[in-house]
Design a protein around this ligand. Structure first.
Ligand code: DO4
Ligand code: MG
Length: 284
């Protein structure tokens, strides 16, 4: 089951059930007006099974999908795929040892990514920095965690990154990772999938420029070398998230080193159990 946030024709933000044909069931008449209470409930799927019949069904053009995040902070894990470790070590002599060590260390790399209000939703512009010469998207499975740190669902995350800034000096990581619209999320939250089911999902990314595909890559969630519970456990260690949190799980798709994003590029990320997130790139 997939839940979403959407804007209706009157501009009101609502919560809905996203169907495979793109139509949306408006959950407002059922008293569901926000994602968080649903994510906090012991069994969100059970709550949704009690829905009244005859909920309004909206065509995709009547329900504009928004990022499925309300007040949660967005965090991200890094170097969870071997591909990411290799790329990072090639990108910087300065930081190679740190990346090599963190891949196998007990404690994962986790960094702050975005506040909800800075996140780009489906169809919105994702940002590249004007002072970066090497910008890439990072397509990642995102864990939707409730305030107890329990995995409530999954969405798609794009951890937009400036690799030249990241590679120059590890201390520049927050600037490489966190700026306006550096994170995109969407199109919905998939509920009720166990970690072992999510590990069967594939992740694909295509980047289009002037209609032509300039990069395409694929990986599998199964290649993430840490358990989801382990990543969530480190995020929630010594820190409370009363609104819950979203945790990106790292990238396993890295374009060739001579590739950089340009304004107007269209980034499309697909995760088989969730859907497709598309954003156009803009300079910020
Ligand atoms: O410090 C580097 C971050 C790596 C990252 O974001 C990833 O592996 O996805
Ligand atoms: Mg990343």
């Amino acid at each position: 089951m997939k839940i979403c946030r959407f804007k209706d024709r009157a501009g009101k933000i609502k919560v809905g059930l996203l169907n495979d044909d793109g139509t949306v069931l408006d959950l407002t008449p059922a008293g569901i007006t926000a994602l968080q209470p649903l994510l906090e409930s012991a069994d969100p799927l059970e709550a949704l099974r009690q829905l009244p019949p005859d909920l309004p069904r909206l065509a995709p053009s009547e329900a504009i999908l928004r990022a499925p995040v309300e007040r949660q902070e967005v965090w991200a894990a890094g170097v969870t795929y071997l591909r990411s470790k290799t790329a990072r070590m090639e990108e910087s002599d300065f930081s190679a040892t740190a990346y090599d060590k963190v891949y196998a260390a007990e404690r994962p790399e986790i960094f702050f990514k975005a506040l909800a209000e800075k996140v780009a939703g489906p169809g919105e512009e994702a940002g590249i920095r004007y002072d970066s010469r090497w910008s890439v998207p990072e397509p990642e499975l995102a864990l939707v965690l409730n305030s107890a740190g329990k995995l409530a669902g999954y969405t798609i995350g794009n951890d937009m990154s400036s690799r030249d800034i990241e590679g120059q000096n590890l201390l520049y990581l927050p600037q490489a990772k966190t700026y306006d619209r550096s994170c995109a999320l969407g199109p919905c939250i998939t509920l009720g999938a166990s970690e072992s089911e999510a590990r069967t999902w594939s992740i694909r990314m295509a980047i289009r420029r002037g209609g032509a595909v300039v990069f395409a890559g694929e990986t599998s969630v199964a290649r993430i070398q840490r358990r989801f519970e382990e990543l969530a456990g480190f995020l929630f260690r010594c820190q409370k998230f009363p609104q819950g949190a979203i945790l990106l799980t790292g990238t396993g798709i890295v374009p060739a080193d001579n590739f950089t994003l340009e304004a107007g590029d269209v980034v499309e990320i697909e995760i088989s159990g969730i859907g497709r997130l598309q954003n156009t790139v803009a300079v910020v």
